[in-house]
Structure formats: C-alpha cells, structure tokens
Design a protein around this ligand. Structure first.
Ligand SMILES: [Zn+2]
Length: 234
C-alpha cells in the first residue's frame, strides 16, 4: 500500500474498506520542518506500514503525531512512531491513561467479549491487529490543548467533541484546502450506541461551512465539498 497524494501537502494512507478490519485512514501533512501524522494507525504493524510508505515516498520525517480522538484504532500504533511529540485534546489524557493501565492480551480480549458481547466487533479486530504485545504501549498525548492549537508548520487542531468521542478534534490544513475529520460526526461506538443514535449531521453541516475543498473522514473515502454537500442533502 502506498501513500496517495490528496492536495497540497496532504497525503493519505487509505484505510481498509472492510469495516470489520477497523483500520482507518492515516494522513500525513508533509513539511520540511517535520511532517505531521494524523492518527497513529490501529496497531504497531499498521504504523510500520505507514512509516515504510512515508520513506518510500521520500517525505520528511514526522515530528508530530496528532490524535483525532482516543479510540484504539487511532492510537494503538503510537508506540511504533519513535521521537514524535503526541498532540491531543486535554480530555484524552485521562482516557488513555485508563486504557494504558488495562492488561491487554489476547486472553484479556476474549474475556472482555465473553463479559460483554457488544464489544465483539471491536475487540476481535484488536486481536487480529496485534500479533504480539511485546513492546506494546498506549501513549497519552504529551502536548495538549483546550480549544485549538496551531503547530509550528501551520497545521491547526481544533476540539469539536460530540457524541462519538468527547475528545474529537479536527485537523485543518488551510493552505491545502483540507479538513481531516477523524470520526467526529459518527454515532457513538457500537457498544455505547442507543437505538436513536445516528450520525451527527448538524456537526457535519457546520464543518462544511468552512468551505474547504476536501473533507476526510477516517473510515471512508475523502469527499470534495460538493460531494459532502450532496451526501448531506440526500
Ligand atoms: Zn472512533
């Protein structure tokens, strides 16, 4: 798998179209001052694939890793990105410290699914994603923000919250006309979802008002503004 150029300095390592793989898109904002990686990948193996693609494309080394939110498939690859500063919303710190303290193993994943079958799709995907727990660690952000932060390369990260995850943040690369949405407008995760929970279309409409050329959600193909507008109108 190779990096795909989206626009300006934004590149995408496309996610797996099979939803059961729970493998989101990882974005790279290339810059000679240090690239910004947006989301870590769902496993060290996934992160290593992105790193190899980055090297093959000849893009500058990453200096910052931004978490769009704390869910496993966006952060479990972090321990395979050495030497980066991890940027995330302040509310992700406690959430990820708690996740880091759990005794992750294949046995633990099995036990958790037996105790709560609604965890099955997520925890079985984690078991497939991580073949070895040696050296595995969940890393909370080391640079946090409350409302918004601008990184030295001009990449802005803005907290939007919402019901999918309290720490959801979007990444704006204005010079490239790209907004990276993570999962911010998606419904709550399956095991927390109620019968009336759907996508947050009001949030999605609000984000489109920024008028960027490209909108990138983590688990689907990137959409142009016109395509996103049409999807919301339909
Ligand atoms: Zn998520």
């Amino acid at each position: 798998m190779a990096l795909r150029h989206l626009a300006g300095r934004v590149w995408l390592f496309p996610g797996d179209p099979d939803p059961s793989a729970v493998r989101p898109t990882v974005a790279v904002v290339a810059d000679d001052r240090g690239s910004v990686i947006v989301d870590a990948g769902q496993s060290p193996a996934h992160a290593r694939e992105v790193r190899a693609a980055l090297a093959a494309a000849g893009l500058p080394e990453p200096r910052w890793l931004v978490y769009t939110h704390h869910h496993w498939d966006h952060v479990w690859g972090a321990c395979a990105w050495p030497g980066v500063e991890i940027v995330g919303h302040e509310s992700a710190v406690g959430l990820l410290r708690a996740e880091a303290a759990r005794p992750w193993s294949h046995d633990y994943l099995d036990e958790q699914v037996r105790a709560n079958p609604r965890l099955g799709p997520s925890f079985q995907a984690r078991a497939r994603a991580v073949d070895s727990w040696d050296g595995f660690a969940i890393l909370p952000p080391t640079r946090t923000f409350t409302d918004e932060v601008t990184l030295p390369t001009g990449v802005r990260v803005r907290h939007v919250g919402g019901r999918h995850a309290p720490d959801s943040s979007v990444v704006l690369v204005a010079d490239s006309g790209v907004m990276l949405l993570g999962d911010c407008w998606y419904p709550p995760p399956l095991h927390l979802r109620g019968p009336d929970d759907g996508p947050d279309l009001a949030m999605a409409r609000g984000l489109l008002e920024h008028g960027h050329q490209w909108y990138v959600s983590s688990h689907s193909d990137p959409l142009t503004l016109a395509e996103a507008d049409a999807a919301l109108a339909g």
